[in-house]
Design a protein around this ligand. Structure first.
Ligand code: GLN
Length: 456
């Protein structure tokens, strides 16, 4: 813990951490030492793990990257945080992220990183002029720069897989409902899922085994599927594994250098005895409009709780209750969050609900069906995580659509609720990391981790 705390401080220019609490971390580390001495060590005993600041934690501020929650202290821990602590993990600190996890570049955080007086971008350690990806940008950077051995992230539309890919680390989003959402500050509840990000599939398996499992009293969407030992099958042979290659993931928009790295990884799989099977996910393109209707719709509802009454920011000067709501929300939310609240409110409003929201829900079902058709011919699906490597800070300027379009390959699995992961696959022309995306059928995390481990 001391080693990683020192590294976190020495490299605070990367902007990865938004909160450290050395006293709390070292007290937890000492308790872990005592359990090791007593012979009662858990599977992660003493391992320092930092959490994306979407998970609420006691002893550290919980902000979701928003001014709305600046300095907010939660009276309880998220279930994922509790489960990791139960396995012996020591909380190292809280990690920067896009405000309420809305973003693809970690350029939307409104919170000042440790060592800064005002919000500053999170920087990719491979090239500090580039974005780390998002929304779990701080998480990916902490692992890539070795500021933490492993971290938590959340993935609503790609926020674990894409930053893992951009920073050259490994991350997995389990099947929707595998990990409890209790204490994960909500963005889009039907899509939000927690997962680990680490240096290898082996490390991710260890964390995932601790994080998963039913939480019926606290998250009604957590599934009644027992936690698994995800490390058990890591070394299994992948001889004869059928890997589906979706034609739609290799079209025009894919940068040639990303394609080359992905192709090279697929060749490795062939050498290991796997078989590449051409498949089709015909509605891949539609996943962008569908996601950017459903996610904002759910966000507009979830974020209505930030009204200045119960917790978080409250405007100072107001005339009456409605004025207080308005000013609080105008001051507390950043541009991207306001944009989503407006889109969400619009698509849910009378007269537009059928045309947009309901239509999007129908196509979401078709996207899930397309995957089931594909899984008749293959055991897992592989392709790129994102069309390009990490872009330059500010490159997308004020064009949110440029960010949205870059989510094309991660959104389909999110909409279908399928497990997906990113595994390092090499480097692009610019020397930036490229991730290979692996998508499995429901509850096939062990198979994904096995395939990822064999590549590493
Ligand atoms: N980039 C997507 C968005 O902005 C996904 C974010 C996420 O997975 N949290 O909504």
């Amino acid at each position: 813990a001391q080693h990683f705390l020192a590294r976190a401080k020495a490299h605070q220019n990367l902007g990865a951490f938004v909160a450290l609490n050395e006293g709390a971390t070292l007290a937890q580390a000492q308790a872990a030492d005592a359990r090791i001495a007593a012979g009662t060590a858990g599977t992660l005993e003493g391992v320092p793990i930092a959490h994306k600041d979407i998970f609420v934690t006691k002893g550290f501020p919980s902000t979701a990257g928003s001014k709305m929650l600046a300095g907010y202290q939660s009276p309880f821990d998220a279930t994922v945080v509790t489960r990791l602590a139960d396995a012996g993990a020591v909380t190292l600190g809280k990690l920067n992220c896009d405000e309420f996890a809305m973003g693809s570049a970690n350029e939307n955080s409104a919170v000042a990183p440790v060592g800064f007086d005002s919000p500053a971008p999170v920087r990719n350690p491979w090239d500090s002029h580039r974005i780390p990806g998002g929304s779990s940008g701080g998480s990916a950077v902490a692992v890539a720069a070795r500021l933490a051995p492993a971290v938590t992230g959340t993935d609503t539309g790609g926020s674990i897989r894409q930053p893992a890919s951009f920073c050259g680390i490994t991350g997995i989003k389990p099947t929707y409902g595998r990990a409890s959402r209790y204490g994960m500050i909500a963005f889009a509840s039907s899509l939000d899922q927690a997962g680990p990000m680490a240096r290898s599939a082996e490390d991710c398996a260890l964390l995932l085994s601790a994080m998963c499992g039913p939480d019926p009293d606290r998250d009604s969407t957590s599934l009644d599927v027992p936690a698994e030992n995800f490390s058990a099958k890591l070394n299994d042979s992948i001889e004869g594994l059928r890997i589906g290659i979706p034609a739609e993931f290799f079209g025009e928009g894919l940068a040639p250098d990303v394609r080359a790295a992905v192709d090279a990884a697929l060749k490795e799989y062939e050498k290991l005895g796997a078989q590449l099977v051409p498949i089709s996910l015909p509605r891949t393109e539609l996943s962008i409009p569908v996601y950017y209707i459903i996610a904002p719709a759910e966000a507009s509802s979830n974020l209505s709780r930030f009204d200045g009454v119960k917790f978080g920011h409250r405007a100072k000067n107001y005339t009456d209750l409605v004025d207080m709501y308005k000013k609080t929300r105008a001051e507390g939310f950043g541009d991207e969050v306001k944009r989503r609240i407006m889109i969400g409110t619009y698509v849910l409003s009378h007269g537009y609900y059928d045309a947009y929201y309901l239509q999007a829900q129908k196509i979401r079902r078709m996207i899930a069906d397309d995957f089931q058709n594909a899984f008749k011919h293959c055991d897992l699906i592989a392709g790129p995580v994102a069309p390009t490597v990490a872009w330059k800070l500010g490159e997308h300027g004020n064009d949110p659509l440029a960010d949205y379009l870059a989510d094309i390959f991660t959104l389909p699995a999110s909409l279908a609720g399928l497990p997906g992961m990113s595994v390092p696959a090499g480097f692009g022309e610019s020397g930036m990391p490229v991730g290979l995306q692996l998508i499995g059928n429901y509850f096939h995390e062990a198979r994904l981790l096995n395939a990822a481990h064999r590549l590493q």
